[in-house]
Design a protein around this ligand. Structure first.
Ligand SMILES: C[S@@+](CC[C@H](N)C(=O)[O-])C[C@H]1O[C@@H](n2cnc3c(N)ncnc32)[C@H](O)[C@@H]1O
Length: 235
């Protein structure tokens, strides 16, 4: 299932997809399944993934995708489960598709538990802004999230890059994670953050508990941004 751990290392299946690998072919490129309930996400994915001939697109949610249980060798779900009301159950739905021993990689928004109080206060303000923006009509929503990308993400991330080049650690600065990302990524991530009706945030213990409860073991967390990226293997 699919969104990247670190954006640079990820196989990008376009915005909004989950992909599940499966040993469907004896040799060469294996079959992969891309899962998303949103038609708009598929429209983008079909363009971005036009070079791949091994994909099956499933217009479905985690809870109703028609894939056989225990049929997949690998799964990833990056930037998706925190938008689903019952994250715990969605995680279990993903794990159900995996073969025993197969890994699942997830990326979930973290709760800023490693950040100072002022940082968390900035997030609370941004969350109020999100609650207003997600109710807007589509065109206005896109204009608002683009304005945030250009007016907030871009200057803060570029300032972080200047700090980094000057040898000063920029990680204390909100959005410094985007210092080497393109304006396109800033726009899509601003749309992800501010256009969504539901944004849940978790700490490591909660994600570990969810993964364990879903049937994963050998759970590993990345210490790098974006937090929380974790991998576990199905028992
Ligand atoms: C922020 S986007 C994820 C981005 C994508 N993984 C990427 O890396 O660009 C969230 C996606 O989750 C999808 N989604 C929402 N509810 C879902 C569900 N129950 N099952 C699967 N996907 C869901 C949405 O349609 C949306 O495309």
């Amino acid at each position: 299932m699919g969104r990247s751990a670190t954006r640079s290392s990820r196989l990008r299946y376009g915005r909004g997809q989950q992909a599940v690998g499966e040993t469907g072919r004896p040799a060469g490129r294996r079959a992969a399944h891309v899962v998303d309930p949103a038609e708009a996400a598929f429209a983008v994915a079909r363009i971005n993934l036009a070079a791949f001939d091994n994909l099956t697109f499933h217009h479905a949610a985690t809870e109703d995708v028609e894939l056989a249980p225990a049929s997949c060798d690998f799964g990833y779900s990056l930037g998706v489960l925190h938008h689903i009301p019952d994250t715990r159950s969605a995680m279990a739905d993903c794990v159900r598709l995996l073969k025993p021993g197969a890994p699942l990689r997830v990326y979930l928004y973290y709760r800023f538990d490693n950040r100072p109080a002022w940082f968390r206060a900035v997030w609370r303000v941004s969350d109020l802004v999100r609650r207003g923006i997600h109710r807007m009509p589509a065109g206005a929503k896109l204009a608002a999230t683009d304005a945030i990308a250009v007016g907030v993400y871009w200057p803060l991330s570029r300032f972080a890059r200047i700090l980094e080049r000057a040898g000063r650690g920029p990680s204390w600065l909100p959005l410094s994670h985007y210092r080497r990302h393109s304006l396109k990524t800033l726009r899509t991530d601003s749309r992800d953050r501010f256009g969504t009706p539901l944004e849940q945030r978790f700490n490591r213990d909660e994600v570990r508990a969810m993964m364990t409860e879903a049937g994963l073991e050998y759970i590993w967390f990345s210490d790098e941004e974006p937090y929380l990226v974790a991998v576990g293997r199905k028992k």
